[in-house]
Design a binder for this molecule. Structure first.
Ligand code: ADP
Ligand code: 5GP
Length: 203
């Protein structure tokens, strides 16, 4: 059996990292796809845990070498998902979780649509998002402003996701995420379905 993919998108500050961390013990064995980015690390972020931090030149080299399953420019920085570890985790039958933006979601769907489940996560309002970005204290006012402008564009993509999680009450949002992750794990690829049908007919 091959694995499955769960994509989580939503504005920066929506609570994606918090929810994945809260839910991690309840969703069993999964592989979190650590993205590569040219963004500078925030206070407390660790290279190889939160992201692989790199520079623009080596990111562009990796693009040319075909290392990325998808990549996008978000808030003036590159972000990308490396193909190799994702492929390995899928071959091991794991659920692979991506925290990527709406552009990455679209690209990943084009390539691996049959094994993808997706959820868009958002705070209940734009002003609540602003409050959270400010209270997180990780970004300067001009970066927060940029993220809010981008958030208004990102939310327009909400219809391309399978599920929407409104992260008002954190515990409720985490429970919804756990339910979606369990369902995502059950998604069967087209090739597994064909194999099953062949075997089903032969017995
Ligand atoms: P993202 O990974 O989507 O950028 P974070 O997980 O870093 O977002 O969350 C942004 C901020 O909002 C953090 O300070 C986090 O503690 C806070 N937060 C997350 N969920 C909630 C919630 N339901 N209510 C209030 N604050 C929240
Ligand atoms: P942040 O800088 O807040 O960590 O992330 C900014 C945005 O980049 C978020 O919307 C996040 O989901 C997105 N992002 C993180 N990693 C990737 C990736 O590998 N690919 C794409 N397309 N987006 C990513």
């Amino acid at each position: 059996m091959s694995g499955a993919i769960l994509i989580l998108s939503g504005p920066s500050g929506a609570g994606k990292s918090t929810i994945i961390e809260n839910a991690s013990e309840q969703i069993g064995d999964f592989y979190f796809s650590i993205s590569t980015t040219t963004r500078k690390p925030r206070v407390g972020e660790v290279d190889g845990v939160d992201y692989y931090f790199t520079d623009k030149e080596s990111f562009e080299r990796d693009i040319k070498a075909g290392e990325f399953l998808e990549y996008a420019k978000v808030h003036d920085n590159y972000y990308g998902t490396s193909l190799k570890p994702v492929r390995e985790a899928l071959e091991e039958g794991k659920l692979v979780i991506f925290d990527i933006d709406v552009q990455g979601h679209r690209l990943a769907r084009e390539k691996l649509g049959d094994i993808i489940t997706s959820a868009f996560i958002t705070p209940p309002t734009l002003s609540e998002l602003e409050k959270r970005l400010k209270s997180r204290c990780t970004d300067s006012p001009d970066i927060v402003a940029k993220r809010l402008i981008n958030a208004k564009k990102e939310i327009e993509e909400i219809n391309s996701y399978d599920f929407v999680i409104i992260n008002d009450d954190l515990q409720k949002a985490t429970e919804e995420f756990v339910t979606i992750a369990r369902a995502a794990r059950l998604k069967m690829s087209e090739s597994d379905r064909s194999k099953f049908v062949d075997e089903w007919k032969a017995k």
